[in-house]
Design a protein around this ligand. Structure first.
Ligand code: ADP
Length: 365
């Protein structure tokens, strides 16, 4: 391969030399002919073939030398201004093709090479940065999914083995079967969330937009948790403005309310309060879900919308850290906003802002 490249280089150098030779020969021959003819005519010098032969020989060697000089100068210029940056760029691309996205190309000096190389280099560096980010996300995602799957699978495996024991008392059999069912439900939930998230991440537009009453949807969603708040003695406080309409995919938006409510109930102790409000501003529907639960630190708050992040590990078995990632994605698709305020030990408030439907009331009627 190297030998082939070397041969190619030699042929290219010969080609360049030959081009310069022809060019210089042409220029020098034209100049000399003009010079000699003018001189002999003006001064009346008779040119003999001997004179001409001697001059032609000297001129020929001159042409060879000047062509050589030009070839060397041109080769050096080309090496510094083109070959070197191109070599660095191709080496970086080669590494990237082999999966190494940590590679970065240094800028070339403006004094030596064309500045446009730096534009190409900037583009390549940016591309490497983006690809390395995507690669990290991908590997992190696979590592997280595998890690999250291991725990329920281990539970299923252990309790499955225990269930096979002969003469198992009924209460143990029921307990083990419940553990297997819970873990498989957890796995199924996680898979459903991963699939939803995957679908949402590849979706920029939501085709099923319809105008509907947001207050009604929020109340319906909240009522789905009635058995939870009753069983745990959690007080519910609601302040829902009437006739607030949004134009959105109701199925997607219900994901947001369900996740926020399920978190509020999960992180609120028995006897606490969950407050839900819907207020209409001129352009936005503002939904607040406030709880008097455990709250979270600023450090946790900064990561809660990341996939698989769980700040509170004491409730880890009741979720998989995908809920708020889904919520954020849906709100982004709706071009809305989501914010969180929380005080450790006092409670948390999530605020979601969604654009109201223009003339929602008329459309809905
Ligand atoms: P999970 O399903 O595990 O709860 P989420 O994505 O819904 O995952 O939430 C991520 C993290 O955000 C939780 O582990 C918790 O630390 C924090 N969090 C979310 N909602 C609340 C809340 N209402 N109160 C306190 N912490 C919360």
């Amino acid at each position: 391969m190297n030998g082939k490249l070397q041969m190619k280089g030699i042929f290219r150098a010969i080609g360049h030399y030959f081009t310069f030779f022809l060019l210089v020969a042409f220029v020098v021959t034209c100049c000399m002919t003009l010079f000699v003819t003018t001189l002999s005519n003006n001064m009346g010098i008779a040119l003999t073939s001997e004179n001409l032969n001697a001059a032609a020989k000297i001129t020929f060697w001159n042409v060879i030398l000047i062509s050589l000089l030009f070839t060397v100068i041109d080769a050096t210029r080309r090496k510094l201004t083109v070959d070197r940056p191109v070599k660095h760029i191709s080496e970086a691309l080669e590494k990237m093709m082999q999966g190494d996205f940590s590679v970065r190309v240094a800028h070339v000096s403006k004094l030596v090479a064309d500045d446009r190389f730096n534009d190409i280099i900037d583009g390549i560096n940016k591309m490497a940065e983006e690809l390395s980010g995507v690669e990290t996300l991908r590997t992190d995602f696979i590592a997280n999914v595998s890690h999250e799957m291991k725990t329920p699978l281990a539970v299923i495996q252990n309790y499955g083995t225990l269930l096979g024991a002969p003469d198992l008392p009924d209460d143990k059999r029921i307990e083990y079967a419940r553990a297997v069912a819970d873990s498989s439900r957890r796995l199924a939930d996680m898979m459903t969330n991963i699939l939803k998230l995957n679908r949402l991440e590849n979706q920029q537009i939501y085709p099923k937009a319809e105008t509907y009453n947001l207050g009604e949807q929020i109340c319906e969603s909240l009522l789905g948790y009635e058995n939870v708040w009753e069983a745990r003695g959690i007080e519910i406080d609601t302040d829902i403005d009437e006739d607030v309409f949004v134009c959105a995919d109701s199925e997607l938006l219900s994901l947001v309310w369900n996740n926020l409510f399920s978190n509020a109930f999960k992180f609120t102790e028995s006897g606490g309060t969950v407050t839900v409000s819907l207020k209409a501003t001129e352009r936005f529907a503002v939904v607040r879900v406030k709880d008097t639960g455990c709250g979270m630190s600023a450090e946790v708050g900064a990561h809660i919308f990341e996939k698989f992040y769980q700040g509170d590990t004491s409730h880890a078995t009741q979720g998989n850290g995908l809920g708020l990632a889904l919520v954020k994605r849906v709100v982004d698709i709706m071009q809305g906003e989501i914010g969180v305020e929380s005080v450790l030990g006092e409670g948390t408030t999530f605020t979601v802002k969604i654009r109201r439907a223009e003339n929602g009331l008329e459309e809905a009627r």
